[in-house]
Design a binder for this molecule. Structure first.
Ligand code: OAD
Ligand code: ZN
Length: 245
């Protein structure tokens, strides 16, 4: 079957769907200019993300880790959602109009889905524009971090950290429960722009498939989960997603 026929069939399924779940990864933001994790541009001062995005790095040198996040924030701040983000926001609107469910699960911390107007977002790995207290755990929005003196909690005075999940850390239970539920209850599941090598996110498409959902993957290349999907569309998310509208 050609891509055109597959896209037509997916459009038909979208018209009838009662429950749609989406999983996105760094690839959906690539066309907005956000560096992907496993791509080349993700380096800062010769550190790899795996060296800085850890609780150990923050314990050893919080200033260094905050400088890195400040740099990443400055990269992301001027960026805009691309047609793939916009298409997902549109799809959500049209499903809601029909009284159906739409859940957007993302591994991205860039906030671009929200900027595009998506509403029901499950942020698996946190959000770079939020901070969390290392002691009382309070989460607050914060767009400007005073990295010279290090940011402190207004409630208890302890050090604030980025509200993101680091390597070696577990995901929040209620967030994970929401993601599992959406994947298991949907009739249509899209997995977009993720290398599907990081768990538990990578298992969501398989859960959806096991619960009889129709699973569509959109990526520049095949991934470890491609064999579990019904259709694998190879190409740029920003070019493919608008075709479903
Ligand atoms: P990766 O950088 O691992 O993978 C990006 C994927 O997007 C690759 O499979 C690319 O082929 C694909 N891709 C690139 N450009 C694309 C485009 N324009 N359209 C469609 N696909 C495109 O990023 P993630 O899978 O998101 O976790 O990485 C998962 C997690 O690994 C991240 O959330 C991060 C990291 O560890 C944490 O920080 C906790
Ligand atoms: Zn606190």
């Amino acid at each position: 079957m050609s891509n055109v026929e597959q896209i037509e069939e997916i459009r038909e399924k979208l018209k009838k769907a009662k429950n749609v779940a989406i999983l996105t990864g760094a690839g959906i933001s690539q066309e907005s200019g956000v560096p992907t994790f496993r791509g080349e541009e993700g380096l800062w001062k010769n550190y790899r993300a795996e060296e800085l995005a850890t609780p150990e790095a923050f314990e050893t040198d919080p200033a260094l880790v905050w400088q890195w996040y400040d740099w990443r924030r400055s990269l992301i701040k001027p960026l805009l959602p691309n047609p793939a983000h916009d298409a997902l926001a549109e799809l959500e609107k049209s499903l809601h109009k029909r009284g159906e469910n739409f859940t957007l699960i993302t591994q991205n911390i860039d906030g671009l889905h929200e900027k595009a107007g998506s509403k029901n977002i499950v942020e698996l790995h946190g959000n770079i524009w939020k901070v969390r207290c290392t002691k009382c755990q309070q989460v607050t929005e914060n767009s400007q971090v005073p990295i010279e003196i290090l940011p402190k909690c207004t409630k208890c005075g302890a050090l604030l950290r980025p509200h993101v999940v680091w390597f070696g850390e577990a995901l929040e239970t209620d967030i994970l429960t929401k993601a599992f539920k959406a994947s298991e209850e949907c009739d249509l599941f899209f997995v977009i722009g993720t290398s599907s090598v990081v768990q538990p996110a990578a298992s969501l498409a398989i859960r959806a498939k096991e619960a009889n959902a129709f699973v569509v993957e959109i990526n520049m290349e095949e991934t470890p989960i491609t064999e579990y999907t019904d259709y694998s569309l190879i190409g740029k998310a920003g070019e493919i997603m608008p075709k479903f509208l």
